[in-house]
Design a protein around this ligand. Structure first.
Ligand code: DLL
Length: 435
């Protein structure tokens, strides 16, 4: 069975990777300086000239780009080539402010699809597989990215897009899908829907799932693996840098390999911008080393991660990132305490609840309120009020010990929290709405 999609790159020595990065960065910086006036201005303001960048080490001299820059330069200000050379746009799923729009040349699309093909092979995919893609197709990058990767591997591709769970299940069972690609929250929902229809995990032909686009915990991974009878692999990416496949998990399931021949990664202190040594926790910053349409240099993702160069048993040499441990902007500060939704998910799944929950934060009389709505599984229901109250109290205690503060717990009947077919909405922060 094929172990790698591009072994010569995926297992290249560190020296070879650095050599590739050195060559690419020099060309890319010159190209961006010549073709992207917006970034040229940033470099000029910082007093950096293209000739100051002689190797990847020099990247530290370049200015950062943030989402604000993308908004300020909307729509064409960061385009790296003539619009007529571009063949595609994609856009972020963000709901606030202007959308971020990224442009792709055919070469960019090919490179991106190759990254997704690497991810599919790393999850055990071959040309014998039937790959059901239920990420959304459209402006979102999930559908088209995995779709392109699946074609490159030679899988039989089911371009389902998201939603219509009945049809997803019918195709999955009738066509014998072996690989499932969707958000983890949708995978959980598919698992739940299969069980409701009387299917056991062994009734489907799935062997692997490639899940990403939103945060999910190890507990959620185990719960999905159990409900679908598969191995669940994480995949990471963002529209600004291409889409899914910037990094992906291998059979070791211990962090995601970053495609370092295409994307240079740094971890910085989000407050000071200082580059941190490998192994320290901080904000991920990516540089596209060879993108033509939307060649972002030093783009700050707001995703908080740790990198590791520990040897991976799979033989891949590219650096691994942990699951994003949160975003510098989705950390909630509630009554002065830092809270990440993932901590709440961990408590719930460890206590035997489903991943169907919603967090609501508000401010009443200058005090933060903190409520967590959680569905209890059918088998946990009791018609004794005292028993349900005890469950709520137990959760409260577990949350207090994980977070340092306790939310109000609301146990809800099964199926009362809205399911998501794409990225789940876990947090409703009403404080922001009042501002
Ligand atoms: O979510 C691309 C994607 C599609 C990745 C399909 C994986 C699978 P955006 O909509 O631009 O792109 O959102 C990017 O989503 O900065 C992270 O905060 C979050 N994210 C993406 N993958 C993961 C993951 C796509 N595996 C933003 N774990 C990123 C946690 C993730 N968060």
């Amino acid at each position: 069975m094929r172990k790698y999609y591009q072994p010569e790159i995926e297992t290249a020595s560190r020296e070879d990777i650095i050599k590739i990065q050195n060559e690419k960065i020099v060309k890319q910086v010159q190209h961006v300086y010549d073709c992207v006036p917006y970034y040229r201005n940033l470099m000029d303001q910082k007093g950096v000239r293209p000739e100051d960048i002689r190797s990847i080490e020099d990247i530290k001299k370049l200015p950062f780009l943030t989402k604000d820059d993308l908004r300020d330069s909307y729509p064409h200000g960061l385009l790296g080539t003539d619009l007529k050379n571009c063949v595609r746009i994609h856009s972020t799923s963000g709901t606030t402010g202007k959308r971020v729009v990224a442009f792709y040349t055919q070469k960019d699309v090919d490179m991106w699809e190759e990254c997704c093909a690497r991810a599919i092979v790393a999850a055990g995919g071959t040309d014998e597989d039937i790959c059901q893609v239920c990420y959304g197709y459209g402006l979102f990058t999930g559908g088209f990215g995995l779709h392109g990767g699946s074609h490159k591997v030679g899988c039989l591709t089911l371009p389902m897009s998201s939603g219509n769970t009945d049809r997803q299940i019918q195709f999955m069972m009738d066509m014998g899908a072996t690989i499932l690609c969707c958000t983890p929250s949708y995978a959980a929902y598919i698992g739940e829907s299969l069980a409701e229809r009387g299917y056991k995990p062994e009734d489907n032909k799935l062997k692997a799932g490639i899940f990403g686009a939103e945060p999910w915990t190890e507990e959620m991974r185990r719960s999905i693996e159990k409900s679908l009878g598969i191995k669940a692999y994480d995949i990471y990416g963002l529209t600004e840098i291409s889409g899914p496949g910037v990094a992906y998990e291998c059979q070791a399931q211990k962090g995601m390999h970053i495609n370092e021949d295409h994307f240079y990664v740094e971890v910085i202190n989000p407050e000071t911008g200082e580059v941190l040594p490998e192994g320290e926790k901080g904000e991920l910053v990516f540089t596209s080393l060879d993108k033509e349409g939307f060649p972002l240099l030093r783009y700050r993702t707001k995703d908080i991660c740790i990198l590791s160069r520990d040897k991976c048993p799979c033989g891949r040499t590219h650096v691994r990132m942990t699951k994003p441990l949160g975003r510098s902007d989705d950390m909630m500060v509630i009554r002065g305490v830092n809270v990440f939704p993932s901590q709440i998910e961990t408590v719930l799944l460890n206590a035997g609840y489903t991943p169907n929950y919603q967090i609501v934060v508000d401010r009443v009389n200058n005090t933060d309120t903190f409520d967590v709505y959680i569905e209890f599984p059918k088998e946990m229901f009791s018609d004794k009020i005292s028993e349900m109250q005890k469950r709520e109290q137990d959760l409260k205690t577990a949350m207090k010990s994980m977070l340092g503060i306790s939310p109000r717990i609301h146990l809800m009947a099964p199926k009362t929290i809205q399911r998501s077919e794409g990225k789940a909405v876990r947090v409703i922060d009403k404080r922001k709405l009042h501002e």
